[in-house]
Structure formats: C-alpha cells, structure tokens
Ligand binder design. Structure first.
Ligand code: CMC
Length: 431
C-alpha cells in the first residue's frame, strides 16, 4: 500500500486494484472504492454503514473517541455558550457566521415565513385527537409539496433558499398546530415580534382567554437544545433525507422522510423513551434491576439514552444539557427534580458498571433533554417533535450541499444476494 493508494488483490484472479486514499481536513482517511466494482467485479459489504463514508461534506464533524462535535469547524461548546439557534442555522446553511446585517436579514426572512396556509391547518382535523404528533408533523410537512410548488425547482439557487427559509420558519408552527390539536385548543398564530424560541413557546402555550408571559429561562433553554440538536453529520434521518432527495424528489417530501426516520427509538425517539423509562424505574432502589435487564442478552430492554454509534466517549451534547438541567430545574423544575436526581444516579451507576465501561456506553443527547422539555411543560409525545424542529436545519443544510454537488448521483446501494438462485415457475396445481 502506497501513501495515497490502497492496493486490493482479488484472490480469484490475482489482479490488483489501486484504490485512491483521500484525506479530509480532520478525521480518518477514506478509501475511494468507486472503481472497485468496475475493475474487480466485487461490492463492499457494510450493513449499518459502520465503516462507510456515504458522502463528502463540509458541514459537521464528529470525533467519537474524543467526544468532539463541530459545526463548520466551530466547537459545539462555543456555539452553545455564545451563539443563538438562528445564527447557528445561518452558519450550517451558508458555511460562515453572519455579520450583523446578514443575521438581521436572515432573522427577518425566517419571521416573514412563519405562517402556514389556512388549508394546511384543516389537515389536522383529519387526524384523531390522540394521533402521535410525529405522525401528524411528518404528514403535514409532506403535504407542503402540495402547497408550495412555486419554489421547488431544486436546480434554482433562489428556490432552494426560499425552501430552506420556509421550512425552518414553518416547522414550529406545524408542530404547535399538532400540539393544539391533541389538546383540542385553538391554534395560536405565530408572533413575528418574538425570537424563534419565544415564538414557539407562545404558539404552544398561549390560549386566547389569557395573557401568556414568556419565561426567558424557558426560551433560553429551548434555544440551547435547538443548537445542540441542529446537525449531526450522516445520522439515520439525515442519510434518509439525502437518499430521498438524491432522486430529485420534492425537498419537502425528503424532509418528511427524515422526520419519519427520526421517530424511531434508536434515533430521535429515544428522548421520549428515556422519560418513559425513568418513570417506569420510579425510584433509586429499582435502578439496579433495570441495569441488570439492560445487560441481559435475553432481554430486549436497553438503557435508553445510552450508547451511540459514533461516540465512544461522553456525548458533548449530553454534558451541556446536563449542565442546563441544573439551571432550568432550579428555575422551573420543582416537580421534575426527583426525575433528574434519578437520571443522575442512573448515569452514575451505569458508568461504574463493567458492561457499560467495556462497551463504551455513555449518556447521549437524549438522556437529559426530555427532563428539560418536561420542565418546560411539554408532554413526552412532543419531545421527538422538538428534536425534528431543530434537526430540520441540519437536514436542509445537508440536502442543499448534496444538490449543489456537481458529482452528485442518485443514492443506490447494492446488496449481497442470498436468496434462491434461478428456478422455474411451478403451476399451482403441481405444487
Ligand atoms: N443498553 C444496553 N446495551 C447496549 C446499549 C444500551 N443502551 N446500547 C448498545 N448496547 C450494547 C449492544 O447490546 C451491543 O452489545 P454486544 O456487542 O454484546 O452485542 C453493543 O452495546 C453495541 O451496540 P450496537 O447496537 O451494536 O451499537 P449501534 O452502534 O448499532 O447502536 C444505538 C447505537 C444508539 C442505536 C444503541 O446504543 C442504542 O440502542 N441505544 C439506546 C437508544 C438511544 O439512546 N438512542 C439515541 C441515540 S443518540 C441520538 C440520535 O441518534 O438520535
């Protein structure tokens, strides 16, 4: 193997192929296998994509061993402390931090797109009151392709910008409409004098009969959670958005596909599952039983909010959210403090356990986020919706990068076929 190529010998015919090795700015090198099938007639096999770089990207970087996360090169800790969600959205979309004028123009554009078509509101009446909000949000976001076909020429830069601003602005409005539908309360129209997080709180919690005071601690906590969830390189839902979008599909449909993928409990649905698990555990003296269940190979139970495909160290987002929990609960929490104490103790016990140490299982972003969402007054069924609102920014940024890539092709993986070889059809009377 030379320094910049990787030689692969085919044992069947003895032929060698030199595959190019490419280096990123940071992170492991990749072996470019694109010519492997043409030259050797073999595929690579990597179900779950644990050793596959599916694309080239300049957006987000993760070092799982060191517990590092950066958006466009900026460490998540710095963005969490100094930035805002809307500024982070600009950074992820356009690659650089905005100056004052650029940020003001971007914020204004997002504000001007917060309302949704009134007909779209009526779609909610087609859902039963107890429909899961993720099902409603995925459905209604998918329906946006039927409302905004004036700007879906994906090869037009202006159309792509309008799509991006529209979906980022409207997804909180759609989420709030889903929430109000489950409660049977009237929908609250957006207030464009408010910042992104405050407007969301207003749309969720304001009712026409009363004045709603936005708590700045709640808005700040929400903004922080949104920054931390905004992007996470080629995770399951983002890869879904890229794959769906690679066919040239309407971008709203690609985002709806991402929302559907996010819902699973191994991915964004874990924040809801963590709260359910903590409530089920109920008290510190039952933790050991649940840790034992998680370790039992014959029991499907897993400690929700623990483990990550990439992080084999602390998830930096979990560390930041745990810090924020202290502040939020001190101010708003009261009833949820015992749940937070239980989570802290569970983390402590799991991190001292040989099973979790050996498998490098640490708390992930979803372990503590639900405690904050609950303290803000959100029901568990809305937790993954909150994740989807924030991650929309990442999905859109990754989709834009993919569409603008001149080397972009439709995503079309191959397989190792292990089904029956060719056989002849047998008429039903002879079977
Ligand atoms: N509890 C108990 N054992 C676990 C856990 C857990 N939470 N996570 C992984 N393991 C074990 C697993 O059984 C396996 O053991 P063995 O090697 O003996 O078969 C080993 O650790 C490796 O697990 P894996 O399933 O092969 O790892 P993966 O990279 O395919 O899965 C994961 C990653 C996040 C899906 C998994 O850790 C998990 O199911 N965690 C719980 C759900 C969760 O918190 N998901 C949120 C992820 S972060 C946010 C997001 O992505 O949206």
């Amino acid at each position: 193997m030379s320094q910049d190529s990787f030689s692969l010998k085919n044992p069947n015919n003895g032929e060698t192929t030199d595959l190019q090795v490419r280096s990123g700015t940071v992170g492991p090198d990749v072996v470019d296998i694109r010519k492997l099938y043409a030259s050797q007639g073999v595929f690579t096999f990597d179900p779950g994509f644990a050793a596959t770089a599916s694309c080239e990207s300049k957006i987000t970087y993760i070092d799982g061993a060191q517990g590092v996360l950066m958006y466009r090169g900026y460490p998540i800790e710095q963005l969490a402390k100094q930035s805002s969600f809307v500024e982070v959205a600009y950074l992820l979309l356009y690659g650089e931090l905005p100056d004052g004028e650029q940020l003001a123009a971007f914020e204004q554009s997002i504000r001007l797109h917060t309302m949704i078509n009134e007909t779209m509101l009526r779609l909610f009446n087609g859902f039963h009151y107890d429909a899961h909000p993720m099902a409603m949000v995925a459905g209604v976001v998918g329906s946006m392709s039927a409302f905004y076909h004036d700007t879906t020429d994906i090869y037009d830069q202006r159309h792509r910008d309008i799509f991006a601003h529209r979906i980022i602005a409207k997804i909180p409005t759609i989420a709030a409409a889903a929430y109000k539908h489950t409660l049977g309360q009237p929908f609250s129209y957006p207030r464009n004098d408010l910042d992104y997080a405050s407007n969301l709180l207003h749309m969720f919690f304001a009712v026409p009969a009363e004045t709603y005071e936005i708590d700045p601690v709640a808005a700040e906590a929400l903004d922080l959670l949104f920054i931390l969830h905004a992007d996470h390189e080629q995770n399951c839902s983002t890869s879904t958005v890229r794959l769906a979008g690679s066919s040239g599909a309407n971008p709203y449909s690609a985002i709806a596909a991402g929302i559907a993928a996010l819902w699973g409990p191994a991915h964004g649905g874990a924040n809801e599952a963590v709260l359910t698990m903590l409530q089920e555990i109920g008290s510190v003296d039952r933790i050991e039983t649940y840790v034992a269940k998680a370790k039992d190979k014959d029991d499907p139970f897993r400690l929700m909010g623990f483990g990550h495909r990439v992080y084999k160290n602390f998830d930096p987002r979990a560390t930041l959210i745990r810090e924020a929990c202290h502040k939020v609960l001190a101010r708003l929490g009261r009833v949820d403090t015992p749940l937070f104490d239980l989570a802290l103790r569970l983390e402590e016990i799991a991190l001292q356990d040989e099973y979790f140490i050996e498998k490098k299982l640490y708390p992930n972003v979803d372990f503590y986020s639900g405690i904050i969402y609950r303290a803000l007054g959100l029901p568990t069924s809305m937790f993954t919706v909150m994740f989807a609102i924030a991650r929309t920014v990442g999905w859109v940024s990754q989709w834009r990068e993919m569409i603008a890539d001149p080397d972009g092709r439709i995503g079309r993986p191959r397989q190792l076929y292990t089904g029956p070889p060719k056989r002849d059809y047998v008429p039903i009377t002879e079977r």
